[in-house]
Each structure stands twice: as C-alpha cells, then as structure tokens.
Design a protein around this ligand. Structure first.
Ligand code: CTP
Length: 398
C-alpha cells in the first residue's frame, strides 16, 4: 500500500511516543521507508536506540549535528520525504509551527519543508482545549497542515476528554489517504461491515452468519483507489484492512451512532448485516434457569441505518449504496428495498444456503440503480469489491 514511500517521522515528547514505535513497524509492513527524528523531549519517553533499531536507520536528533549536516543537511532532510508526520505532536510543537519558530531540529524541518505535513496531536485535555492551542490548530489548518485525532479517552495523566493520540492504525490510514493516488483521492467514504451482536444478557447474544468478507473487500478496494475510508465494523471473522480508519462496534445501535459520528462523507456503502431486532430489555445479569419455565424474549426494532442516512435532509452522502441479502425473488425484493430505503444503488445477492455466498469467498450480485438491474457473473468477493469501487469512482467523478 505504501511501497516506495518515504516518511519522515518526528516523534515529539509525550507518553504516546511509545505508539510511534508501533507506527514505524506498521509503516514498514506496508512497504514504506521511515526516517525518524526524535525531539529532546521525545527522547525522554523513547530511547534513540529503540527508534533507530526499529526504523533500521539512524535517528536524527540535533540541529547542529555536524556528522548529519555533512551527510544530509536539514533542508534536504526536510524535503527528501513524501510526507512529514509528527506523532505525538505536542502543544509546544504546534505552537512553534504556528509561529514559525526554528530553534531545534524538528521545528526547523517543519519550517523548511515543502512537503505535506500530518500531525497526530497528543496532550492533556486542558492543554488541547486551551484557546492558545485551538488558535494554533486553526492557523495550522489554514497553512494546509492535516490532522488525525486527537481522540477522546482516559489519559495517562488521569483526566478524560480529547487529547489522546490517534491509534497507529488510524494514523496509518490518514497517511495512506494523504499519499493515495487514484480516482478517489480526496474522497471520504464510509463503509459498514460485518454482523451485529444484539445482547440477551452479559454472556449471550443474537447474531447472524455474516463474515464481514464482502465489506472488508469493499473498504480495501476503495482504499486502493485513493479514498479515505472509515470502516465501521461489527464483530466480523475477517480482519479489517490496513490503511483504513477502523471503528469497531457490537450492536446495531452502536453502529448507527458510529455512522452518524463518521459523517459527512462523499459516499456511504452499507454492507453490514445489521440485526433488524434486538432484545427489548437485555438483562444486565446472566439469565438463570428457573422453575418458572423458559425465558421469553421480547424484541424491539433496531434503527435502520441505511434508511436513516438515505433519507437525511442535510449532510446526506452524495452516493448511498445498500446491500440486499435475499433468499427469493431477488430482483423484485431488492428493487422494492431500494425504493423503500431511498438509497441510490442496491447491491443485491442471493444468500440462500445452496449458493454458499454467506460466509463464502464468492458472490453473485445484481446492481440495482435508476438504470435498472445489472447482473454480474459469479466472482470472488474481492473482484465484486473492485468493480463496485470502480463504479463508485466513476459516479463521484461525474
Ligand atoms: N440495514 C441497515 N440497518 C438495519 C438493517 C439493514 O443499515 N437495521 C442495511 C444493510 O446494511 C443493507 C440493507 O440495509 O445495506 C439491506 O439489508 P437487508 O438485511 O437485506 O434488509 P432489511 O432492511 O433487513 O429488510 P428485510 O429483512 O425485509 O429483507
């Protein structure tokens, strides 16, 4: 995914610096070359030795380091990469960048570069929310700097709120999106995938047989065409692809909340097999066998995520694609479903057990749109995904 790409990774001073070690690994797994720069504060959290050992190359630390100046000046260093990534980006580094200071190696590189820059901020919640940091954030955004995170969560300092550095896979996804080259470059696409689990009690749930294979393949294919993909996935068997932003959820209601959170998007592909019903009042204690007979489960209807998004008055993605799992009268049912939900396209498939499609590696789909029903031959789920991604790229371009 990042083969041949060169990332200059500046590691600032923060407890999240340890996650940058993992990030180096993940970048290399994707074929990228990483040149690390460690600030003085960064070196208080991770050692130069671990950084250089992982990166497989020397770590740059000082502005006036004569050996590295002789080998590669800081100006050249700042321009040799395809992307500069600062992770963790501290409040101090952001302030220096916003003001244009160049009083150490990291700030000098960031001022001297003509390469795109991506920041993954990490700091205490009050520092993040301070008007000074928010001002710097706005200034840097205007300067064309991109950001990933920070996330909400509990922090090493014991407080809770925005300030946690994005996880390595989220940073990787943002890097992939920035470096992507393809017809979907600059497009943000939401993909739902996998089954949902609807709790009965803390140990039991209702589920379905979706493996998440088709959704993961769609996310991968969209990523490969350069899209920034937000992948909202239920508990699937198949691992989510690298280089997409993964939002794991369990139930339909969690999926709906994650989808709302992920909007706006240029397109949404709803391939999840969402449970239509949940247990109305799931027990917070394990149900026990009782002399009074078998438990009776009452059901409540889950939100229809595809329908809600398709019918949004404001902020509806320009293209909404649903899936229809049918066991009979596939075209008729799926055509009616497209109307009922209000989505633009429906990818319909026959999931009756004899087809072996649900949980299998192949799919035979019919694409239903304004223009009618188009039957695709049976093919691998990856191939279905690639064709669908090409269609989406063509639709968003037109
Ligand atoms: N879907 C959704 N939210 C739900 C149910 C379904 O977003 N609560 C989406 C699925 O992701 C899929 C589409 O709706 O894109 C159709 O799903 P399907 O299960 O085939 O249809 P249902 O709406 O459940 O209709 P039915 O059970 O009557 O076939």
């Amino acid at each position: 995914m990042l083969a041949g790409k060169h990332i200059l990774l500046i590691i600032g001073g923060g407890i999240a610096a340890y996650k940058s070690l993992e990030l180096i690994r993940r970048l290399q797994d994707q074929g990228a070359r990483v040149t690390p720069v460690l600030t003085r504060a960064g070196a208080e959290f991770v050692t130069p030795l671990s950084v250089s050992a992982l990166a497989g190359t020397a770590v740059h630390q000082e502005l006036f380091d004569l050996t590295s100046e002789a080998e590669m000046g800081h100006i050249q260093l700042s321009r040799s990469a395809d992307l500069l990534v600062v992770a963790p980006a501290t409040a101090d580094l952001m302030a220096k960048m916003a003001q244009g200071f160049a009083n150490d190696l990291a700030s000098t590189l960031l001022l001297a570069t003509d390469t795109p820059v991506l920041l993954a901020p990490a700091m205490n919640v009050r520092m993040w929310e301070h008007p000074a940091t928010q001002r710097n954030l706005e200034t840097l955004k205007k300067d064309g700097v991109s950001f990933i995170g920070p996330n909400d969560g509990s922090m090493a300092c014991g407080e809770f709120g925005p300030g946690r550095m994005a996880e390595p896979d989220e940073i990787l996804a943002a890097i992939a999106a920035k470096l992507a080259d393809g017809p979907l470059k600059g497009k943000r696409i939401l993909v739902t995938s996998g089954p949902t689990h609807e709790p009965i009690d803390p140990v039991r749930y209702i589920a379905n047989r979706s493996s998440g294979a088709q959704g993961a393949a769609v996310a991968r294919a969209l990523r490969d065409l350069g899209a920034e993909v937000v992948f909202v996935t239920g508990p699937a068997e198949v691992r989510p692809p690298e280089g997409v932003q993964v939002v794991p959820v369990e139930s339909a209601r969690e999926m709906e909340a994650a989808v709302q959170q992920a909007l706006p998007a240029d397109a949404g592909v709803f391939s999840a097999a969402v449970a239509d019903w949940r247990v109305a009042s799931a027990s917070d204690r394990k149900l026990k066998k009782s002399k009074d007979g078998l438990p009776v489960l009452e059901f409540a209807e889950n939100p229809d995520i595809l329908k809600t998004v398709s019918q949004m008055k404001q902020g509806r993605p320009g293209l909404v694609v649903g899936f229809a799992a049918e066991t009979n009268d596939v075209i008729e049912n799926a055509t009616a479903k497209r109307k009922r939900k209000g989505c633009d396209w429906i990818v319909a498939n026959d999931v009756s057990p004899a087809t072996g499609i649900m949980g299998g590696s192949e799919n035979a789909v019919i694409l239903i749109s304004d223009e009618g029903a188009e039957e695709w031959p049976r093919m691998g789920k990856d191939e279905v995904a690639r064709r669908l991604a090409d269609r989406i790229a063509a639709a968003l371009a037109g």
